[in-house]
Design a binder for this molecule. Structure first.
Ligand SMILES: O=C(O)CCC(=O)C(=O)O
Length: 248
């Protein structure tokens, strides 16, 4: 991601700050069923840095509000990194397969996948089953360290829904409903594949504070221009990273 001056924004710790921990200090991994690891860090609130401005921008948040048909709030954002050659797979799942377990009663939730690098078949772009949200929620079980959809059911749905490889340019975004079945394969390329994955819940669907995610918190939307003009890439106050402790 680049700011208005064209500088590449790195999501690392800033130097010279009292608390200079950045998102990647909290990075953890989610091994797939073969033990290969996509890496991720999750935060609860958007905050005021450039990633927060993306999540709070009208082109992202207000679009989701229109699509979900009512007030929304930020459920969480993840920075997902697939390292060159070793970054693993996200097994087939619906995001609501996870969020159902966190007490959200309706699938009135959605995700915006923002490519920070070009996402290709080679480096593990998102793959979706078109219109699979109409199948409703599929049963999920634990697969590796992930929550995966019932694979026999997925095989049947693969016969009737188009399998789309969402190859994206850096800066492109994909908006999708929480019941859309999706997966992504290993990164077989020589470069990192990074994405910001932003999740929203409808305010009326607030399950209250539950496990990792906060309950309803007013989302302060900003104009789109704020993203490019944001110079804050080091102050992560208020984001509430998860896991809470930096990883060593
Ligand atoms: O980053 C990816 O490749 C997939 C992420 C994903 O499926 C998710 O966060 O639910």
């Amino acid at each position: 991601m680049h700011n208005s001056k064209g500088s590449l924004v790195r999501f690392g710790a800033a130097e010279g700050q009292k608390d200079n921990r950045g998102p990647r200090d909290f990075e953890t991994s989610r091994p797939d069923k073969r033990g290969k690891e996509p890496k991720l860090v999750l935060w609860q609130h958007p905050g005021n840095d450039v990633t927060g401005m993306v999540a709070r921008s009208k082109k992202v948040a207000e679009t989701c509000q229109k699509l979900l048909g009512g007030e929304i709030y930020h459920y969480h954002t993840k920075l997902i990194t697939k390292e060159p050659y070793i970054g693993g797979t996200f097994e087939w799942h619906q995001d609501y397969g996870y969020w159902y377990k966190y007490g959200c009663l309706f699938p009135d939730m959605m995700t915006v996948f923002v490519a920070l690098d070009d996402c290709t078949r080679e480096n593990g772009c998102l793959q979706v089953l078109k219109a699979s949200h109409k199948c409703g929620r599929i049963d999920h079980t634990i697969v590796g360290d992930q929550t995966g959809a019932d694979i026999e059911r997925v095989q049947e749905i693969l016969k009737v829904c188009d399998h789309v490889y969402a190859e994206l340019k850096a800066g492109d975004a994909l908006f999708f409903h929480s019941n859309v079945l999706h997966t992504s394969s290993d990164n077989c390329s020589a470069n990192e594949r990074r994405a910001l994955v932003i999740a929203y819940n409808k305010a009326s669907n607030d399950p209250g504070p539950h496990q990792k995610h906060p309950g309803y918190t007013h989302l302060d939307m900003v104009e789109n221009s704020v993203i490019l003009n944001c110079e804050n890439v080091t102050d992560f106050t208020g984001k509430e990273f998860w896991p809470k402790q930096p990883q060593v």
